[in-house]
Design a protein around this ligand. Structure first.
Ligand SMILES: [Ca+2]
Length: 173
């Protein structure tokens, strides 16, 4: 019993520490959590009266506390960064640097985030991926700059927004 409690405490500490790491990584890649919350508000405002940006930010915070989400962020952003540094071999290097349309693994990785709140998340993610609202457009434009790779970042940010929207939907269901 005691040992289980220690393991749980330790896991919680790790999640909090990794939360700080992934938020810092997102910031360094040019994304603030509040910009993700704006996407979430966009997705959910029409369904929930009186939904505020603060409430959306609160749910974005919950999403980035989840280990599956943290692992997907760590992996995806690391690949973008390694591609920029030239530390990835061909043919993957060119696919990542040119955001090759048929690569598809950026979306697959993002599904690990969307999955956390079940099937509602898929619809929201599809919507964000198609319309490219707000910060997603900014990320895509930045990614087209020479030497810059945002192949994973756009999908990860869209997926966090979609997962937060699903978390809100579950809360108000
Ligand atoms: Ca992408």
């Amino acid at each position: 019993m005691n040992q289980n409690r220690n393991v749980n405490d330790e896991n919680r500490l790790n999640d909090t520490r990794n939360r700080d790491i992934v938020v810092k990584m997102l910031n360094e890649r040019g994304v603030e959590l509040v910009e993700i919350a704006e996407l979430t508000l966009d997705l959910q405002a029409k369904y929930i009266d009186g939904l505020t940006l603060e409430m959306c930010l609160d749910h974005v915070e919950r999403v980035v506390m989840k280990r599956e989400v943290q692992n997907a962020i760590l992996t995806g952003l690391e690949l973008d960064i390694l591609a920029e540094k030239g530390h990835i071999s061909e043919p993957l290097k060119s696919m990542l640097m040119n955001d090759y349309g048929l690569y598809g693994i950026d979306e697959v990785l993002a599904l690990a985030i969307v999955n956390v709140y079940g099937s509602i998340g898929f619809t929201n993610f599809g919507y964000v991926d198609k319309l490219k609202p707000g910060v997603i457009k900014k990320i895509d434009d930045l990614g087209k700059e020479e030497g810059r790779c945002n192949t994973f970042l756009d999908d990860i940010v869209g997926a966090i927004a979609a997962a937060a929207a699903s978390s809100i939907a579950h809360r108000f269901a």
